[in-house]
Design a protein around this ligand. Structure first.
Ligand code: R7I
Ligand code: MG
Ligand code: MG
Length: 349
């Protein structure tokens, strides 16, 4: 489909759920042989096996709250979104939430709370979390707002409800921007795609708060920009091993060690790769490759899935995968409603 087509919206939201559901199998594993990944993925095709449903985790649980809030309020409403996070957590606390964020979610359910951003600020001795929990649920912001400035602003605020460290919420901004650009067809020109992300993040990471956090945490001056430059270097090389990707970009629970990694997975899998089956399309390659990195597999596959799904569209997703994953059909219906909201709010339409 063309830029911002319904197929791209559906692809983005559904592939994010799939990444989370199929990635859960390997979350936290240090080494994941590609053979195990392919076995896991092919078991989804096997209807005779009567495989049960793969459950989604906190990544999807929180993304669903974001989606429902944006749709119900037809804009960003921090009170409403915070309430939904808290309610979802108390209804289903066993979805694999990060160990720190649980405290925030408990505080958010207090009716006495005045400032919904305060519990997040109290995390980690007042510095706030740099985990990838803001980024893992950032894709819907790109699907609700056509204007890039809105995508950046609301993805940041939405993440700040749980992640007040700039290394946490700027990861969410980067993830939302990647989905936003992919939705416009920007992955047709991969070099330009990464350049545009660098230009945007130069500005995002240029402020005082970001510079301060980077200094305290002993990171590069503009940590996400630095990682995007590493991605560009990796893209220029003919062969890149999984070990190199992990050592250059990471596969961990910090936004800095997972959002750039997810972006790299998408870019790397735009073309066929030796380590992946020939009959796989780009979206299948992206999910499989994300899982093979090990580490925070559900979250990296979820984020890579959203970016790749916005590029390839819903047609690229195997039906058998959709059938196996909890919440995938639901995501498909939500995508249609987000598509309507997006086009209603576009200038002049
Ligand atoms: O970021 P968050 O929501 O976790 C998301 C991850 C995803 O992989 C999900 O799939 C799920 O498994 O969890 O939750 P947080 O608790 O805010 O952050 C995650 C972890 O990052 C924390 O439990 C800490 O181990 C670490 N972390 C920090 N450690 C030290 N100092 C995050 N921020 C800090 C910090 O400032
Ligand atoms: Mg999870
Ligand atoms: Mg995870």
């Amino acid at each position: 489909g063309g830029p911002a087509s319904l197929s791209r919206f559906r692809g983005a939201l559904v592939a994010a759920v799939l990444g989370d559901c199929v990635g859960g199998e390997f979350e936290g594993a240090e080494e994941v042989p590609m053979e195990s990944v392919l076995q896991h993925l092919s078991s989804l095709d096997d209807e005779t096996k009567g495989n049960g449903i793969l459950e989604y985790s906190d990544d999807t649980a929180m993304a669903r709250c974001v989606v429902q809030s944006l749709l119900t309020r037809a804009s960003f409403d921090e009170q409403d979104m915070a309430r939904r996070f808290a309610k979802e957590y108390s209804a289903s606390p066993g979805r694999g939430y990060g160990s720190g964020v649980i405290q925030v979610l408990k505080k958010l359910s207090s009716p006495q709370l005045n400032d919904v951003y305060q519990p997040a600020r109290d995390q980690f001795n007042g510095r706030g979390s740099f985990g990838n929990g803001g980024a893992m649920r950032a894709a819907p912001f790109a699907l609700a707002f056509p204007d890039q400035a809105d995508v950046k602003r609301f993805a940041r605020l939405g993440a700040m409800l749980t992640h007040s460290c700039s290394l946490g919420y700027n990861g969410a901004v980067l993830q939302a921007l990647a989905v936003h650009l992919s939705l416009q067809g920007a992955l047709d020109l991969p070099q330009q795609f990464i350049s545009r992300l660098i230009t945007e993040m130069e500005e995002v990471e240029g402020n005082e708060a970001a510079r301060n956090d980077a200094r305290i945490l002993k990171e590069a001056e503009k940590p996400f920009c630095e990682r995007l430059h590493r991605i560009r270097d990796l893209m220029d090389r003919s062969k890149v091993s999984i070990e190199e990707v992990i050592s250059e970009l990471g596969n961990g629970i910090a936004a800095l060690h997972s959002v750039p990694t997810a972006i790299f997975c998408v870019l790397h899998c735009l073309q066929p790769r030796e380590c992946l089956p020939e009959n796989y399309g780009g979206l299948e390659r992206t999910i499989a490759y994300s899982l093979a990195l090990g580490g925070d597999t559900d979250t990296i596959a979820c984020m890579a899935g959203a970016i790749a799904g916005a590029h390839y569209g819903i047609e690229a997703i195997p039906q058998s995968w959709i059938k196996c994953c909890e919440g995938a059909e639901d995501a498909d219906m939500s995508a249609e409603r987000l598509h309507m909201l997006y086009h209603q709010s576009s200038p002049g339409g």
